[in-house]
Design a protein around this ligand. Structure first.
Ligand code: NAI
Length: 414
């Protein structure tokens, strides 16, 4: 236990939050209880680098119930929920995290998790995997890993192309049961939640610019539309841009959107999306938030270097008085706003993503010797099991193909 926040009230709050989420993560509970008697993770240490939220506590307890020891750190310096740290520390998890870490503390915590000599790493954003691949001493025990988010997959694909991947990594983000739901509905809702909790302002009638119309951007745009914002989308991919247009949004380059929007939400996973020249042309009072994984999408340095004054006007909002006398408000320092200004994704969404993580860890425990040292897909039967469990959780059953339909599907003669 490497923190000093284990007061009983924080611990009680953490336990209540765990119970609140756990009761709603029915699909995950279903997978855990099915495997519990088998103890498939016995004698394994799992290094977990994820946002430390109430939903993560349910995954971590699940890994313990399957026999694993868990060493945990955060995947972002600002997203940790301290009461969850208190609770998990009290139930035997080796936790290295606290809210508001400096970058140095954040990487030190990662090192402590890797010092626990994990057999498997569950990562979000690939910082842990990258550290294993850049600092040689950490790879000895590793039989495999998983990756939770799009940006992590992009980094790992580049690593894989160099041909030096040290262990197989399952691309949890790319499971249908993950990105179609977590990235779209989870981030869609929690991003708007972040903007609302941070600002308390009315969304209806605002011109809300969404940068990036991938899975996250689609979710953000849809929820913003639901709040009656005038949604503008910026893109670089012609198919996504066309899709946004046919979904009813205005599509234009960021150069133009910058001087039109009231609220900007970046969701690209790319770097340098909202740059100095865009910030300079914004309207007085513009609000900026990023929900992509890294804090590289909004040029915060420009704000720091080109403002007469900076002040914190609400817990997660900094006001910059620019040299051109206009105010720009930045949410959560340009970092992942839905996890810092709000609580991240709801448990009903995370039960799917974390089922993929848990079942992938079990798959690695059973099959790692036969897997290539590559980025690999979540096995189809796991992906489908997660979707069926999520349907079960909502009390929904569906049809199955009849014998006649199966025959028709597999025949080329009508
Ligand atoms: P995606 O690959 O589906 O979408 C990204 C989109 O951004 C693509 O359509 C791409 O064409 C577009 N894009 C790239 N450069 C651009 C530019 N210069 N201007 C405008 N658009 C540009 O990725 P996905 O799944 O939507 O994820 C986006 C980011 O959100 C990633 O960093 C991912 O890791 C992160 N993420 C964050 C979550 C959260 O809780 N905040 C949850 C899930 C993902």
């Amino acid at each position: 236990m490497n923190n000093n926040i284990n007061s009983s009230s924080s611990l009680d709050e953490g336990k209540l939050s765990y119970e609140w989420a756990s009761a709603r993560m029915i699909a995950l509970e279903r997978s855990i209880s099915k495997l519990e008697s088998e103890q498939p993770l016995q004698n394994l240490t799992i290094g977990v680098c994820l946002h430390i939220t109430k939903e993560t506590s349910v995954l971590v307890r699940g890994l313990q119930r399957l026999g694993a020891s868990v060493s945990l750190c955060a995947s972002n310096p600002l997203s940790t929920q301290d009461e969850i740290v208190s609770y998990l520390s009290s139930v035997g998890v080796d936790v290295h995290a606290k809210r508001g870490q400096t970058d140095d503390e954040y990487f030190e915590s990662l090192r402590k998790v890797l010092d626990s000599k994990p057999d498997i790493i569950l990562d979000d954003g690939a910082d842990a995997h990258v550290m294993v691949h850049t600092e040689n001493k950490y790879s000895s025990n590793l039989i495999g890993g998983t990756e939770e988010t799009t940006t992590g997959i992009v980094r790992l694909r580049a690593l894989e192309q160099e041909g030096n991947m040290k262990y197989p990594i399952i691309a949890c983000n790319d499971a249908y049961s993950k990105f179609l739901f977590d990235n779209r509905y989870g981030t869609g809702q929690s991003s708007l939640d972040g903007v609302l909790r941070a600002t308390g302002l009315l969304i209806a009638g605002k011109r809300l610019v969404v940068c990036g119309y991938g899975w996250v951007g689609k979710g953000v745009a849809k929820r913003a539309k639901g709040f009656d914002a005038h949604v503008i989308v910026t893109e670089v991919d012609p198919f996504k841009a066309l899709e946004a247009h046919l979904d009813g949004y205005e599509v234009m380059p960021i150069d133009k959107a910058a001087s039109i929007g009231d609220i900007f939400i970046t969701a690209t996973g790319m770097t340098s999306i909202i740059r100095g020249e865009h910030i300079s042309s914004m309207n007085d009072g513009s609000i900026l938030a990023n929900v992509g994984h890294f804090d590289k999408e909004i040029d915060v340095k420009f704000l720091e270097n080109n403002s007469k004054d900076k002040s914190k006007v609400r817990p997660h909002v900094d006001r910059y008085l620019l040299n051109n006398d206009k105010n720009v408000f930045l949410i959560a320092e340009g970092r992942i706003a839905n996890l810092i200004a709000a609580e991240g994704h709801p448990p009903e969404v995370m039960m799917m993503s974390f089922s993929d993580q848990l079942l992938s860890a079990v798959y690695l425990a059973k099959n790692s010797k036969s897997l290539e040292r590559k980025l690999i897909r979540v096995p189809e039967d796991i992906d489908r099991e997660v979707a069926f469990n999520a349907l079960y959780a909502s009390g929904i059953s569906i049809d199955t193909l009849t014998g006649e339909q199966l025959k028709y599907q597999n025949s080329w003669k009508l």
